[in-house]
Design a protein around this ligand. Sequence first.
Ligand code: TPP
Ligand code: SF4
Length: 472
Amino acid sequence: MVKHTKPKGFYDEFLRKAPEGGPEAKTTHYCPGCGHGTVHKLIAEAVEDMNIKDRTIFLSPVGCSVFAYYYMDTGNIQCAHGRAPAVGTGVCRSREDAIVISYQGDGDLAGIGTAEIVHAANRGENMAVFFVNNAIYGMTGGQLAPTTLIGQTTATTPFGRLEEREGKPIHMAEVINALEGPVFVERTTVSSAAGVMKTRKAVRKALLNQVERRGFSFVEILSPCPVGWKMTSMQSRAWMKESLEKVYEVKQFRNNESGTGISGRMPVYDDKSLVELLVPETVAEAVNSSGLDSELRVKIAGFGGQGVLSAGTLLANAAIADGLEATWLPSYGAEMRGGTANASVVVSGKPVGSPVVSTPTALLAMNAPSLSSFENDVAAGGLIIVNSSLVQQQVKRDDVKVIYAPVSAIASEAGFLKGANIVMLALYLLDAEAPSLDALKKVLPRLIKKNELVELNLRLIQKAEEFYRNYV
Ligand SMILES: Cc1ncc(C[n+]2csc(CCOP(=O)(O)OP(=O)(O)O)c2C)c(N)n1
Ligand code: SF4
């Protein structure tokens, strides 16, 4: 007797998130006879049997399998259309032990995401790609895909695909096999039990390559979409054998047992050599000794031209010079001058998880709109420094520390109005736990090449120190 059980790599229930104020959560499912379910099951079983569930990151695409994260009891990331190989590149390069699975349809991988898959394959990224080719855009109602067969009718080719009009179907396994990067390339089918067993083997091989850090594996799986093809389940299986598998040869293209993934080949830099590379003159003193346990999240905001982005760069570099971790994330409007701009800087004693600053521990507001925009976001107990030369309004919060400093006037009196950003940054560093003002002084000559500008900025820092001493 054959007993079918649900693999442990799956959740017990496939509950879709309930819409706010809408009906209760309900179970999600694919159409009857859809190949996605079969492929999901093969992956979930393999993940469980290979004991890799806890370090597997499953990347779901845009397409019918967008909800794979409701099935897979693994780490999950839902990626923008076609971009899973780019997301996977980030994941496998930042997590050496991660088993990265990029699961993609033909519209996703062979249409909108062609560039991402080709370059990830060419680089030999450490990931397993399962490419579910059903020759159609299933999710959006059965439109032509790059893999649609000549003569195949779809919602957008009601009289069939024409070579003269839509070109020939793209053979992705062959395209990927033309590159040197991949270690394993195979095309399989789930049109029959034998095909499913071969697919099972290929899925496991691709995942084993991940476990053994061999590199990029690509499995193209021919898969039925009875609904999109307007066929019954049985008809769709017959059509796959008669037509789809005639055009797309089911075979193993490459199996390089001795391959190494890119992260196996990449030189590894320790923290010290990275600091040396970035801030050579300070490395001797670069010690992560500030004992910075908390994460400092700084938002520097103003209008374009006030130097908020460069103040952010300087802050991040000062942090690195002090042996800390830092990220810098700029944001600016389309207009380069006069529009709004802000820099998010995260400074930490540990690697930074996200460069996004949504609850700043400090807001450096160079103009009035910046204060209005971000005042309420500042974390309780945080700091707001207001450029009182340009901002007339008072801070309404009573749970944050506020410094009103006429940074534009200070800079202007010192003969360099454009340096208001440096005055602001220096004030922040004087008040902050880290990084040190000395670190800023050290990185200035490296980032500002002109000697006279460095001198000017050092003078502004001195002015900021005088102001701060009198203020506190
Ligand atoms: C940027 C963007 N462009 C287009 C769409 C519309 N869209 C959603 S799914 C899809 C195609 C999915 O087809 P495929 O990758 O073959 O997956 P299937 O649904 O057949 O499994 C498209 C074009 C989108 N969601 N986002
Ligand atoms: S439309 Fe096609 S690919 Fe999408 S769930 Fe239904 S059968 Fe599967």
